[in-house]
Design a protein around this ligand. Sequence first.
Ligand code: 6PG
Length: 472
Amino acid sequence: MGASRIGVVGMAVMGKSLALNIADNGFQVSVYNRSEGKTKEAVAEDRTGNIQGYFSLEEFIDSLESPKNILLMVKSGVPVDGMIDRLFPFLHEGDLIIDGGNSYFKDTVRRANALEKKGIHFFGMGVSGGEEGARRGPAIMPGGDRKAYERVRDILEAISAKAEDGEPCCKYTSSDGAGHYVKMVHNGIEYADMQIIAEGSVVMKQILGMDNRQMSEAFRHYNEGPLESYLIEITANLLQEPDDMGNGFLVDKILDSAEQKGTGKWTNLEAVDLGVNTSILAAGLNARILSSQKAERIQAAKIYSEEVPSLNLDKGKVLKELEGALLAAKIMSYAQGFALYRKAAESYGWDFNYREIASIFRAGCIIRARLLYDLMEEFGKNNDLVNIMLSESFAKKLHACVPGLRKVVSYCIAQGIACPAMSAALSYFDAYCTENSEANIIQAQRDYFGAHTYQRNDGREGYFHHAWVENI
Ligand code: 6PG
């Protein structure tokens, strides 16, 4: 047995699935895990004979071709630093460490800089698609040292998902933390997308009185149109899943308290930091936060319960409007996510190809959707497009579907039903398309109470302060 092209450290679900995927694609791969049981499990599951399990880190590293390529699949945060420290004494100049976890991109930048000084390449790699994706073909977002990437490119492309045109959903993004950044914002969009769909299900259930089977059918129908996406597809499926521990549907027995691991939060912190409006992504995050305060919500619901008049709506018409609402909100959440990429590229010196980023998301990942082809087309024509909403083709789509969004949000408001992501999308649309905003009042207030100065809109250049008079 010769040396392995690559080694994987960490045999939890994602690490093991990637190792098996690498093996299936004909590459010899060494694996290591802190506890031996998981290494043995991976070796036992391998049907190709390409996986070599090691129980000591030194032997594991010795089993790799030089320069060495090591994929870390350990829990993000301190464990990544811990594992780098343990690997370091065995590494030599030119070796490469790839972090395939959901690491915070600033940690990736720090690690890449520190290791680069010691001659070791490091790159962060976003991986999306969950366990099944990792096993059969995830979307892969590598970022870091380009030359080092070229060394493992064939492996990563081979194990990645393939889009309809056969293109691998694995594209080099840019330097240092870019790959993890791309994945982080992917997750921010994922939170928004999930919330938008969840709100759609509430409209169906509470406003239209539909049962799970009818809702599932409606989502299945949506999935045949412009909304076609993995998340719509799984929602159609999960709505009909019977409860294996009782009667009825499982989804109705699941506690309405959403959890999160941090990537959606980072996306929004980043957006605030860089001054990008990601209100729909923030709505996805905030909805999870509020949902988790179940006890308070129960209390508040008792205090503020109110009778709302029934709207007597035409179901077919509302379902059509809802399709538009979901599409409009989805388009604008992509618009916000990609606006954040653009600002990040400027701020961190990354060279993003937005068509390629959209193309990575086409298969394997959680936000895979038909709409990504339209993004690819627009960014393919113009990588400098500041917001997809300004392109002709997206303007046409939004013209057609924003009226539906407006209607659906108005039904929710009338019925006292929260639709934070859809209403954030509508407000974003209205604010983005407003030539003269209310911000003159804000500037006047700032100048009034704090002499913060203001600029004029009548062509007079510079900043002014006015001696405001208390005239009432
Ligand atoms: C993916 C997902 C994945 C993420 C889960 C859970 O692309 O495969 O984004 O990386 O960890 O979706 O994330 P939350 O626990 O934050 O919902």
